[in-house]
Design a protein around this ligand. Structure first.
Ligand code: ADP
Ligand code: ZN
Length: 601
């Protein structure tokens, strides 16, 4: 027997060799009866922080979770490990709920997941006072913040736990990165005296890439080629675009499904279920999709439009790679997106304060998109975190962009805007600069302008990139009218007078990008010689999942199957030494796994 009970339990039940990052410190702190506030990014491994202490302490661990849809999967995953877990929420029939309550009273449960509204009923509180409670875990603790998108009024009342059970340890957890929300959680939940465990919000396994939009559909397809048969999310700005994209990808032979708030609830639920339960589904969705999706093997998150803000982007991309395996966040963005978002802000009914805030959020996001610096550094800086050196796992690190002195091009572009009356959009401006001869140019007499044809040295794509960067850095502003005409700003005058140098990012030629991508796999790294066995193991997993009507990842993670395919254990004993397989799973599935290894080996 190990002298370290927590560690022993980790390997025996969960099949893991080591705690990750701060897990061990948190587990020991809570198991010893202390309160904790845990701030850890998605995929950081928050669940173990309360699951292990629940098992170490006497009584039942009570987990408060706002996501009813998730409870079932989490409880199922625990049962697969041989843990006596149940949940109580409005989806249970009375008989089952009564049984669960009896088991709680009889001390037969290791863990009980409960929705906050259920927890706060007088009936449930009185039930609790007659039970032995190991701890209270408050999951998604940011729901207590009224500034967040996920505000849940019942979370405010959770202070009752501390008042009625001062000796039961509480652990609150969230993946929210922004410091004001973190402070609010500590105050609202009465956790200011609890120890705070703050992790870095970096997600090292996610590779960030931003590309300039030129042919969005083609670019998306090229991106998805690298991720064949893998699960991922493609975010689109509008419902219509969600449906078009899903249809387009299906035509291209992919397993794509749509998800947005305008679809009937049954369709949404069915699509979400398929995404969770089947392998390799691409979910095309608005941001209505994702809250509480804890599928561990989402290999990519693609944005085909600009997200709303940096926080939004971090959350949405954070759904990739929860299992810690390589994953990709890909953003395709163009001038049109910038114009649209700027117009949305200007045209909104919001007050001036709100607009100022929205503008600065958008600027932060554009700064990220246009940055020539390591993306991770820019991303984390937005959350007040300093990432010391370039990460080596983003597009700018892997293929450092070329900067060019675009001062002259910027002057040409700005003076063209000025000469044509500060009311035309980019397409027309580029026609003038490149000396295009079309109806609109002639109609406005723009062939007579001094800027007509002065930009023939650059191609239209480069000009679009110049205009985009000018708008992104506020050297041009977008008219709030529907036409999206461009106007000069105070900054543009400095450029025109030659008082300000403008450095720009040179867009990588398409061929170079493809060469670059083809050499770099970012999906789950299965070696070619292991692929046949890996797929056979996946086949078995799919069968087991269907038999038990649970998601495949609840049975085994991809990474576990990959490890088996690599190590090819030919006995149940040897299988037990492969990471990720605890005692219960070994007993249940060991023989069948070994049989497949023998057949394929
Ligand atoms: P979070 O809730 O923070 O997003 P989870 O608790 O769902 O993260 O854990 C993310 C993934 O990491 C899960 O697939 C989990 O099984 C795995 N994991 C957590 N802790 C460990 C560990 N110590 N060793 C190996 N895998 C772990
Ligand atoms: Zn980097």
């Amino acid at each position: 027997m190990s002298s370290r009970p927590a560690h022993d339990l980790l390997s025996r039940i969960f099949g893991y060799d080591e705690f990750r990052g701060p897990q061990q410190a948190i587990v020991e702190h809570v198991a010893a009866g202390n309160d904790a506030l845990v701030l850890m990014p998605t995929g950081g491994g928050k669940s173990l922080c309360y699951q292990v202490p629940s098992l170490l302490r006497d009584g039942t661990g009570i987990v408060i979770s706002p996501l009813i849809a998730l409870m079932q999967d989490q409880v199922e995953a625990l049962r697969q490990l041989g843990v006596r877990a149940e949940y109580l929420n409005s989806t249970l029939d009375g008989e089952t709920a009564a049984r669960v309550e009896r088991e709680l009273l009889a001390g037969e449960l290791d863990m009980l997941y409960v929705a906050p509204e259920r927890l706060l009923t007088g009936r449930f509180l009185s039930l609790l006072s007659r039970s032995t409670i190991a701890l209270f875990a408050i999951d998604e603790a940011h729901c207590v913040s009224q500034w967040g998108h996920d505000f849940r009024p019942e979370y405010r009342q959770l202070t009752v736990l501390h008042e009625r059970w001062p000796d039961v340890p509480r652990i609150a957890l969230t993946a929210t990165a922004d410091p004001p929300t973190q402070r609010e959680i500590a105050e609202r939940l009465d956790l200011t005296n609890a120890q705070h465990f703050v992790s870095s919000f970096d997600r090292p396994n996610i590779r960030y890439t931003v590309v300039q939009k030129d042919n969005a559909k083609r670019q998306l397809l090229d991106f998805l080629k690298v991720h064949r048969q893998e699960a991922g999310i493609v975010y689109c700005m509008s419902r219509r675009k969600v449906e078009e994209t899903a249809e387009f990808l299906c035509k291209e032979g992919m397993n794509a499904l749509p998800y947005h708030a305008g679809l009937p609830a049954e369709v949404r639920a069915a699509n979400q279920r398929r995404f969770l339960r089947e392998d390799g589904i691409v979910m095309c969705a608005t941001i209505a999709f994702g809250m509480g999706i804890d599928k561990p093997d989402v290999r990519f998150v693609a944005h085909t439009d600009l997200p709303k803000s940096m926080e939004g982007y971090y959350q949405e991309t954070g759904r990739a790679g929860r299992d810690g395996e390589p994953a990709e966040a890909w953003l395709c963005y163009g001038l049109g997106d910038v114009v649209l978002l700027k117009q949305m802000i200007e045209q909104s009914e919001a007050g001036e304060d709100r607009k100022t805030l929205e503008r600065s959020k958008l600027d932060h996001l554009l700064g990220y998109c246009e940055s020539m610096q390591c993306r991770r550094q820019v991303l984390l800086a937005g959350f007040g975190e300093t990432y010391p050196q370039p990460c080596g796992n983003c597009d700018n690190c892997l293929l450092p962009p070329d900067a060019w002195d675009a001062s002259v091009a910027a002057q040409k572009a700005l003076s063209c805007v000025y000469r044509s009356g500060q009311r035309f959009g980019v397409g027309h401006l580029i026609d003038i600069l490149r000396g295009g001869d079309n109806e609109k140019v002639r109609q406005f007499g723009h062939t007579e302008l001094s800027t007509y044809g002065i930009g023939k040295d650059l191609d239209a794509r480069t000009w679009r990139s110049v205009f985009r960067q000018l708008v992104a850095s506020s050297l041009l502003e977008v008219d709030s009218s529907a036409y999206g005409g461009l106007r000069l700003t105070d900054g543009s005058r400095e450029v025109l007078k030659g008082q300000r140098k403008v450095m720009m990012r040179r867009e990588t030629p398409k061929a170079a990008r493809e060469r670059d991508r083809s050499g770099q796999r970012t999906g789950l790294a299965v070696l070619p010689q292991d692929l046949a066995l890996f797929n056979a193991l996946r086949g078995l997993r799919a069968e087991l999942a269907r038999e038990q009507n649970v998601p495949a990842f609840v049975i085994f993670h991809d990474s576990t199957l990959r490890n088996i395919a690599e190590q090819r254990p030919t006995s149940v004993d040897a299988l037990g030494r492969v990471g990720g397989i605890g005692g219960t799973k070994l007993a249940r599935y060991g023989d069948r796994l070994v049989e497949i290894v023998r057949e394929e080996g």
